[in-house]
Ligand binder design. Sequence first.
Ligand code: SF4
Ligand code: SF4
Length: 183
Amino acid sequence: MGLATLPVVHDGIDDAQEFLCARCAKRQETCCQHTDIVLTDGDIERVSAHIGRRDFIEFRSAGKPEYLDQDDDPLWRDATFQPDGTRRVVKHHENGDCTFLGPVGCTLPYETRPLICRLYPFDYTEAGVAEELATGCPRHLLPEGVGLADALAMNRTDAERWHGQLYSELRSDLAARQAGAYQ
Ligand code: SF4
Ligand code: SF4
């Protein structure tokens, strides 16, 4: 999620050269607000090792109807949904902001962020990373001739690496849950 990489904020200035996530944050709800950030065991270990606590986790029902439509990705569905329909996610503040969202973006280093944050706006299932990017980013704010991935300083090679790590961790989480060890 690009908000974590906000380099500059020019308050009140509509600067077309400004990083896309900064422009996004001035105009719309971003991917760090009212979003369910599902956590793998690996995410929890990496984040808790960095911040020294584990109080950023909660179990919550899917916050958006589309989160329930996972038939094209049964591993994701089975590894992330609990029998009661909740999922293990990052806590929100009352206003819907992610608990790690600070005034200039994510407060976690990039390689510590939950894997699904690092992957956004790449879209994917277990089968792989999709050609098309997700639709939540404000493409109308892109500088002329610049693609979304380039504007966010993201690339497919990293996305495929994180995708492989994510699904490897989901398989481990599912196995742990089936063995009764999932928390
Ligand atoms: S929705 Fe897209 S442009 Fe907006 S903060 Fe997230 S990654 Fe950046
Ligand atoms: S962990 Fe960071 S990148 Fe992910 S939703 Fe929270 S603030 Fe955004």
